[in-house]
Design a protein around this ligand. Structure first.
Ligand code: HEC
Ligand code: HEC
Ligand code: HEC
Ligand code: HEC
Ligand code: HEC
Ligand code: HEC
Length: 378
């Protein structure tokens, strides 16, 4: 019979606690790393709907070739819908409910989109979620104050700074440190604890915070949707203020809500000359159509320009007749992905305040901008 001393029992308990802690910790990190990249099943269903169904059906937008699918789950049970969507031909030939629909639709037959059962279930889920958004007029009149569809995420947030190998190293070092501590080798253990802390710091992306806040020139993060200024502001020549109207009125320029995108993408679903709808546009539509349901997709853009909190900058004060956005943001209309063109350092602000550029209005050139510390730091 083995004899368990209190100390050994305590040791085992702390080992078990440490193991559980690491399992949770690594899986949480891995889950978050995955979440940022792959489209969710829901997003895939949204894209599939736009690709395979939207030419004949709307969800709450009235009938097209086939019936409006809003409330379809109340008209049939789930198995019927999933079966019908997978195999419309045989239902239309033999199922009484489908035959009735066929008659109501003047004999126009639904196409077989050749979806799997899983896809059909996903489609039904998407249709149900999208249908819980208000339809028609009500949707349009809400455009201006659309609170939940756009927000800027800080560059340090999310998974970009995280390094999984460094987190794994952290786990190994910490386990080793615990082992050494357990065998009484205090000095070696504390060394390993320090190394583990350093690995954790690296692993969680702590080092990124040590870039000087203004030292982000050239920063060009990927965005959740491949929105291109080159296409919209350059080729389609949409005015900057159409989407960033805040710049004229307030400190922040703001990013447009999905509602602004939907002014056009309610109708534009594909690139010019392409037959298939764009999956990127499908994601905007999905965000829009689910915005009031319980799990809405949010367009969460990654923030590019970011001054430290102790600096006060106001767009409104800088938007003048001749001074273009490009003076500070560079040729945004040529950027497929927004890049920080200026250093945004104190020296950069102050040197323009001393000698405003030629393009600035004349009263600017006379007075320049403020140089006293309190103008920018309060
Ligand atoms: C070519 C046009 C067309 C396409 C594409 C199409 N449908 Fe249909 N759908 C119809 C028509 C028409 C009906 C009515 C039945 C009939 O006449 O065939 C219908 C009926 C339905 C119904 C039953 C509606 C009700 O009110 O009872 C569902 C559900 C449905 N479609 C889902 C889908 C889904 C999901 C897709 C995409 C995978 C899709 N449809 C693609 C034309 C289409
Ligand atoms: C026109 C606006 C402006 C004025 C005027 C201004 N600053 Fe700044 N200051 C900034 C900006 C922008 C930053 C952030 C720079 C960065 O992140 O690299 C900054 C950063 C700083 C920092 C932090 C430096 C660092 O390296 O992080 C200090 C300290 C500072 N300012 C002091 C002052 C003092 C003192 C004055 C008055 C003599 C002054 N500032 C006037 C815009 C200004
Ligand atoms: C059709 C709408 C639209 C138009 C037109 C548009 N933008 Fe944008 N802009 C966006 C969206 C959406 C984002 C956020 C995604 C991104 O960064 O690409 C953004 C981001 C930006 C950012 C980066 C914000 C940050 O995170 O720091 C700048 C700067 C910017 N726009 C400037 C401009 C300028 C200058 C113009 C005109 C030449 C312009 N935009 C025209 C929609 C638009
Ligand atoms: C004034 C109309 C208009 C507005 C507003 C608008 N777009 Fe577009 N967008 C278009 C047009 C037109 C195209 C297709 C252009 C082409 O193919 O040449 C397009 C194309 C796109 C594409 C390219 C799709 C692909 O597969 O390459 C994306 C992504 C996109 N838009 C996202 C957005 C987002 C996000 C917003 C809101 C911030 C937005 N658009 C606002 C008109 C608009
Ligand atoms: C005098 C320089 C300057 C001009 C001119 C300027 N910006 Fe900015 N912009 C900045 C700075 C600095 C920031 C970072 C602000 C912060 O982090 O608080 C910024 C941030 C932004 C952002 C992201 C954060 C926000 O405010 O929502 C957008 C979008 C933007 N600018 C668009 C524009 C557009 C569009 C114009 C033209 C109408 C414009 N800017 C003109 C300096 C400028
Ligand atoms: C391209 C030139 C230019 C750049 C770059 C610039 N400014 Fe200015 N700024 C001006 C001018 C000119 C004025 C005076 C405008 C006026 O009085 O109409 C001004 C005014 C201001 C004011 C006073 C606004 C008010 O409400 O009265 C502040 C604060 C300010 N700037 C902060 C900044 C900060 C912070 C930065 C850097 C992040 C910056 N500026 C970069 C040209 C610039």
């Amino acid at each position: 019979m083995t004899h368990i001393t209190p100390r050994a029992a305590q040791g085992r308990a702390s080992w078990a606690a440490a193991a559980v802690f690491f399992a949770l910790f690594i899986s949480a990190a891995a889950a978050r790393a995955g979440e940022a990249k792959a489209p969710s099943p829901f997003q895939k269903s949204a894209a599939l709907f736009l690709q395979a169904c939207s030419k004949c059906h709307t969800i709450g937008g009235g009938r097209r070739v086939g019936p409006d699918l809003r409330g379809v789950a109340d008209r049939h049970d789930k198995d019927w819908i999933v079966g019908f969507v997978q195999n419309p031909e045989s239902y239309l030939d033999s199922d009484p409910a489908a035959k009735k629909l066929l008659a109501e639709n003047n004999g126009v037959r639904m196409e077989n989109a050749h979806v799997t059962r899983e896809q059909a279930e996903g489609l039904l889920e998407f249709i149900t979620a999208a249908a819980s958004a208000p339809s028609g007029e009500a949707r349009e009149s809400r455009l201006p104050e659309e609170p939940l569809t756009a927000k800027l995420r800080m560059p340090d947030e999310g998974v970009e700074g995280r390094s999984l190998p460094a987190l794994a190293l952290f786990a190994v070092l910490l386990l080793a440190a615990l082992a050494l501590a357990r065998f009484g080798r205090r000095r070696d253990a504390s060394l390993l604890f320090v190394l583990a802390a350093a690995a954790a710091y690296w692993g969680f992306g702590g080092w990124r915070h040590h870039r000087l806040a203004g030292d982000q020139q050239g920063y060009e993060p990927a965005q959740p949707i491949a929105f291109s200024h080159e296409l919209h502001a350059g080729k389609l020549t949409i005015a900057c203020l159409y989407c960033h109207g805040g710049a004229e009125r307030s400190d922040t320029a703001g990013v447009p809500s999905a509602g602004i995108c939907m002014n056009c993408h309610g109708a534009v679903r594909a690139r010019a000359g392409q037959k298939d709808p764009s999956p990127e546009i499908a994601r905007i539509v999905a965000a829009w159509e689910t915005r009031t349901s319980s799990a809405p997709l949010i367009l969460s853009w990654t923030r590019v320009h970011h001054l430290p909190d102790y600096v006060h900058f106001s767009h409104r004060a800088h938007i003048a007749d001749n001074l273009q956005c490009q003076e500070c943001h560079g040729p945004v209309q040529t950027m497929a992905r927004v890049r920080q063109a200026a250093p945004l350092s104190m020296g950069w602000c102050v040197s323009c305040h001393r000698t405003p550029p030629q393009s600035a209005p004349s009263h600017w050139k006379r007075v320049g901008g403020p140089l006293d510390c309190a103008a920018c730091h309060w």
